[in-house]
Design a protein around this ligand. Structure first.
Ligand code: SF4
Length: 81
């Protein structure tokens, strides 16, 4: 799944997006609440209204398996964080 705001895009690989443990970790680490654990335990939800608040801290990347989450800087031609 991918959600693009104006400056930032967030992509969670489909084979990881349904993982409730990953969803809980992402919800916990992101300082600006870009991730939420779906209420039905169904995995990661991207909170579209918060996406442009990203502070490029990399905490979501550190909390995820390699390649599961991508933070894309749309203002730099989509360069990956
Ligand atoms: S880089 Fe930081 S602020 Fe941006 S989505 Fe990841 S955890 Fe949230």
């Amino acid at each position: 799944m991918r959600t693009d705001a104006l400056f930032i895009g967030i992509e969670v690989a489909d084979d990881h997006a349904a993982d409730p443990d990953l969803a809980a970790r992402l919800e916990e680490v992101c300082p600006v609440d870009i991730y939420a654990a779906a209420e039905d335990g169904g995995g990661v939800r991207i909170v579209e209204d918060n996406v442009d608040e990203c502070v490029l801290c990399r905490l979501c990347l550190d909390a995820s398996p390699p390649g599961a989450v991508r933070v894309l800087k749309l203002y730099e031609d989509g360069a990956e964080l």
